[in-house]
Write a protein that binds this ligand. Sequence first.
Ligand code: FDA
Length: 434
Amino acid sequence: MRVELLATPDCPHVEAADAILRAALAEDGREPRVDRVYVSDLDDAAGLGFHGSPTIRIEGRDVAPPPAELPINLGCRLYPQPGGELAGVVPDEQIRAAVERLREERARAKASRPRLGDIPGHLTRAFFLWASRRHFLGRLATALPITRPMVRRFVAGDRLEDALAVLERLQGSGLRWTVDVLGESVASEEMATAAADRYVATLDALAERGLESNVSLKLTQMGLDIDPDLCRVNVGRVVAQAARSGAFVRIDMEDHTRTDITLQICRELNAHYAEVGAVIQSYLHRSAADVEDLIAHRIRVRLCKGAYDEPASVAFTTRAEVDDSFARLAERLLIDGRYPALATHDEQLIGRAIDFAQANGIGPERFEFQMLHGVRRDLQQQLASEGWKVRIYVPYGRQWYPYFMRRLAERPANVLFILRTLLREGRGSSDRLA
Ligand code: FDA
């Protein structure tokens, strides 16, 4: 706070004014700093807007604004006191009131400053989803050490061993899992082949350790954007390996431009090996028809809301519509679907599904809930302890950037939460996040 005491060099009241000012300011326990400014001639007085000695200004504002008719002058200034008399010092009540006013103004200004949480959700969501598609940002983020601890909230780690360690913890808590080897939209045939190799190695490791074999993969990771047939070869290799150990393979769903081909490849794979499942996004208008088709083919469905930035021409745009669609599709799948998975952290939708299941005599052996690693662990545990099956999506690998950005898009408050935790606990404590 900038506090100035302006006075003429021979002012008889300056020391008394200084003492009252310091006492009034010292209330919050801090030693106040008061800058003394001497005004020795009328030119200075005019330049400073000085109307007599002493004058006190806080943040440039006179604590006792002079009447408009008081001219610039170098004389004594007299101030009305609480008892009505005049004296050469500003009453301390007036100084305190001025300080209080200033503090309130500052508090109001701070409160009205825009915060991340005030920015409309759809704008922050659109921003993070846009950023998730920018490869150069991904390269930058992956190179920055600061991002690592933040990412660890949602990602098991870089290596297969990191994922296996998480699975062992989940097993101890009565939760199930599906493992995602992070990666999508690969740019070359070699990268697609390498991604399939990593899945084969993951399936091997799960079987070797006697851990449930269940993986989730994306077709753009298997080369879909390069050549659908290359993708078929790669994903076919993963599914063949899965078939050897009785593993389950879920084909994740990406943005709407890939829905047809993803479901098509899923049906082809499922025709050879029944333990290949699909994902349906409740935000897409087409999903009710797709659910009917998958029910008819006895293909297991994971139902989620959808994580991509979709145009209104293909997707519902309001939360109410997406939730309503989720609830209706969930009920349809609970009745006729083959062991559906309801993938959401939305307590209302989960509660609605449970009510529906109970009302229709559908027990926990007929379906499961699915949630993401690092999101609502309390809810995961609660549902499991109530006897419901809960599977956790556990991603690992170095290609975490787009996945991580979609998680931020789902809940921009994560950014603040992660930054606050980082500041509070330091970088080394990432495992305690969430
Ligand atoms: P909603 O976004 O309304 O969130 C409900 C509550 O959950 C929030 O209020 C918050 O408490 C919590 N929450 C949700 N997301 C959070 C986050 N990132 N961080 C912290 N808290 C969060 N999508 C897709 O398009 N294709 C796919 O293949 C899959 N696969 C998939 C698998 C599994 C197992 C899950 C759980 C989700 C997916 N998704 C997906 C993502 C899905 O479409 C959706 O974006 C997220 O699950 C978030 O939506 P919710 O249903 O949780 O509801």
